[in-house]
Write a protein that binds this ligand. Structure first.
Ligand SMILES: [Fe+2]
Length: 234
């Protein structure tokens, strides 16, 4: 995404999703420590790279696309069966935290490798509420997620800026989650430390870091839920 597109998306969606969590609405994100048991989430690094699109409930029911469109060289798995139930259970937890009903849409997990970066972007409209859960890492240093907090304006027309939002780095420990307003708040990760050449340390494991990202809509009383709208990538 180019910077003007990010600015437009941020401006257009600013304030469009209200919740009953004041901190979340002020910052556009909210960190939940120990959101989920990582033993339930862990999966070793697969050999494939690109995207695995699961269309069924069985582990062999997927299509492999060799290119990962958002983070070149990484592996992302869409709707992996391991996380089907967890997705809705995490959705329930998030509902309690933000005080609004949610309609969970889809999820993916991504294995990042050294040298890869998640470029600054906002998510598609299907990602009104997103949560990223940090599953595992064998990096020695922390590798934060960055997110920009909202600007404030003098009034609802959003024509005159009052304060500019801040770029904040968020370090998640394994099992922690960050809820954020995906289509409103720009978010990104810098280049992952380490190199592919140095990626087989003494424990003989390739360096990687895994997160799961899950998406949901807020349910309004008059919402006409249309799942076909929800199958965009972030
Ligand atoms: Fe995103």
């Amino acid at each position: 995404m180019k910077e003007p597109e990010i600015i437009a998306s941020e401006w257009n969606n600013h304030g469009s999703t209200w919740t009953n969590n004041k901190q979340f609405d002020e910052d556009g994100y909210y960190v939940v420590r120990d959101l989920w048991n990582v033993e339930e989430l862990y999966h070793p690094l697969p050999t494939e790279r690109g995207m695995l699109m699961y269309w069924g409930k069985e582990l062999h029911q997927f299509e492999h696309i060799p290119v990962e469109e958002q983070v070149d060289g990484s592996l992302s798995r869409y709707n992996h069966p391991q996380y089907r139930r967890i997705h809705s259970r995490i959705g329930k937890k998030i509902e309690e935290i933000i005080g609004r009903k949610l309609y969970t849409t889809y999820f993916y997990d991504r294995f990042y490798l050294p040298g890869q970066e998640l470029k600054k972007h906002t998510d598609r409209d299907s990602c009104e509420i997103s949560v990223t859960v940090h599953v595992s890492t064998n990096l020695e240093e922390s590798w934060p997620i960055w997110i920009k907090t909202p600007n404030t304006y003098t009034d609802k027309t959003k024509k005159q800026l009052l304060t500019k939002g801040e770029e904040r780095s968020v370090v998640l420990q394994t099992g922690d989650g960050m809820i954020y307003k995906g289509c409103e708040r720009p978010h990104w990760r810098h280049v992952m430390p380490g190199t592919l050449e140095s990626s087989l340390p003494t424990n003989n494991k390739e360096l990687c870091e895994t997160d799961i990202v899950m998406f949901a809509h807020i349910i309004d009383c008059c919402d006409n839920l249309d799942i076909s709208k929800s199958m965009f990538m972030s």
